[in-house]
Design a protein around this ligand. Structure first.
Ligand SMILES: [Zn+2]
Length: 99
């Protein structure tokens, strides 16, 4: 899942989510994610920085919920099946993130 997001997000080459610079280098790891350093603004980021998944702790549950919703399940049904509550703005973003 994360690799899919990384492939789509950085398909045109790595760029900084903070300043959009392409002067980006690998900078070790952060919480099992590849970490990068922007040489322009000196900020670091991971594959998920500035994505909806960055703020979600149980990513597997979120992916399960997203798949349910993409298959046509309502927000209420998805919440009951997965046991998680997806804020409405994120629910809309889920389709953008996965499709
Ligand atoms: Zn930057």
């Amino acid at each position: 899942m994360v690799s899919e997001i990384r492939d789509r997000r950085f398909s045109g080459g790595y760029h900084c989510p903070h300043c959009s610079s392409d002067r980006v280098v690998r900078y070790g790891n952060y919480r099992k994610r590849k970490r990068y350093l922007c040489r322009s603004c000196r900020k670091t980021f991971t594959d998920l920085t500035s994505t909806a998944l960055h703020y979600i702790h149980d990513k597997e549950k979120f992916v399960h919920a997203a798949k349910l919703m993409l298959s046509g399940a309502t927000l209420e049904k998805t919440t009951k099946k997965t046991g998680i509550s997806i804020p409405l703005p994120l629910a809309g973003g889920t389709k953008c993130l996965i499709s």
